[in-house]
Design a protein around this ligand. Structure first.
Ligand code: ES4
Ligand code: ZN
Length: 349
């Protein structure tokens, strides 16, 4: 539609996208063929022998076709997400993964991004830091030169792994610190409160990294987790919240987030499996109307019907009735709460 042209063309900043969640089925098939690895959708699932079988397997677990409840669905998502990691081995694989994302993002006029990566999901399979980071770095440089898209990485710790593992990975990443702007926390939140990771986050803050943490939507204890992320972890809370949509139901949380002027990364497509369109629109709108600097992002496009940042902007627009002026505010929010250098921020919109 003609009015979608504005949403496509506005220069964007993306702050919540898991690079492993951008592994499209086409690319996964290509890497699997190249490396001769076994392809499955989930750890104990049947071996898949063609791109068509991979597509069919993914379709069979997509939320709208399923009879699963929220917990089962979340577990199925994580199983399939981490199984995708199996396709990634060589430096070239990591280059291809990152380049594929940068190309999608550039085509939607993303000018700067801060993608997440999950090192523990790679080192645990015996992949070296240099394969991972050198591949990412090569893609990052090429994307800046050829696609006009700048980037800096956010290293996430898997919250279902131990705090000790997080600390080990934090130390091991130091040779690559020039590529990494922030530290995040992701993976399955069940019984894994943010403050378990206080120590490593405090150290990262002391070393000059920015901090953010996932508070997934409608999990057990979500409001408690949001409160820790805002005001407890690393002494004064983190710098941004990833998701955190439940704050919309709690005026005291909204006030805390406003007081600290924290950004929130919202990924509308990710929430469709939890909720109705009306409720989702209301929640996003409540945060926006309260004046919180929310941003629109894609999360895991390859696991979400191939919906990238543009589709998430369009979904937010239709759910919340955002005008072009609102879209501009959202795009500007992402610039403001990004961790780019001021000179980069000044040259986006
Ligand atoms: C994630 Cl949707 C979601 N939640 C938590 N961690 C994640 N990692 C990748 N996608
Ligand atoms: Zn996420």
């Amino acid at each position: 539609a003609a009015d979608d042209k504005f949403v496509l063309e506005i220069p964007k900043v993306e702050l919540h996208v898991h690079i492993e969640g951008t592994l499209t089925l086409n690319l996964r098939w290509k890497l699997t063929q190249r490396n001769g690895t076994i392809l499955r959708l989930v750890p104990n699932g049947p071996e898949l022998h063609s791109l068509e079988e991979l597509h069919a397997a993914m379709d069979s677990i997509m939320p709208d076709s399923s009879r699963m409840n929220n917990d089962e669905e979340r577990d199925m998502f994580f199983e399939s997400y981490f199984e995708g990691f199996q396709a990634l081995k060589t430096e070239e694989d990591y280059y291809d993964l990152a380049m594929n994302y940068f190309e999608h993002a550039a085509s939607m006029n993303v000018r700067y991004c801060e993608p997440f990566f999950d090192p523990q999901g790679h080192t645990s399979r015996g992949v070296s830091w240099s394969n991972m980071m050198d591949g990412f770095r090569k893609a990052q440089k090429e994307a800046e030169e050829k696609l006009n898209i700048k980037s800096s990485w956010i290293m996430c710790f898997l919250r279902d792994h131990s705090p000790e593992s997080a600390t080990e990975h934090y130390k091991a990443a130091q040779p690559y610190r020039d590529m990494i702007v922030g530290i995040g926390l992701d993976s399955c939140e069940e019984d894994r409160r943010p403050s378990l990771f206080e120590e490593v986050f405090a150290q990262a803050r002391g070393d000059g990294f920015k901090l953010t943490m996932h508070c997934d939507v409608d999990q057990k204890n979500t409001p408690k987790h949001i409160r820790q992320v805002v005001s407890v972890v690393a002494g004064e809370g983190t710098d941004r919240i990833d998701h955190g949509l439940n704050a919309s139901d709690d005026r005291s949380l909204i006030d805390l987030i406003l007081k600290r002027d924290m950004g929130m990364t919202i990924c509308p497509w990710s929430y469709l499996r939890h909720t109705t369109y009306a409720k989702l629109g209301q929640r996003i709108r409540a945060l926006y109307d309260a004046g919180i600097k929310i941003t629109i992002n894609s999360d895991d496009p390859a696991f979400m019907d191939d919906c990238w940042i543009l589709h998430n902007f369009l979904l937010a627009k239709h759910l919340c009735g955002f005008s072009d002026r609102d879209i501009t505010v959202l795009a500007r929010n992402a610039i403001n709460v990004s961790w780019a250098e001021q000179s980069v921020k000044d040259n986006i919109l």
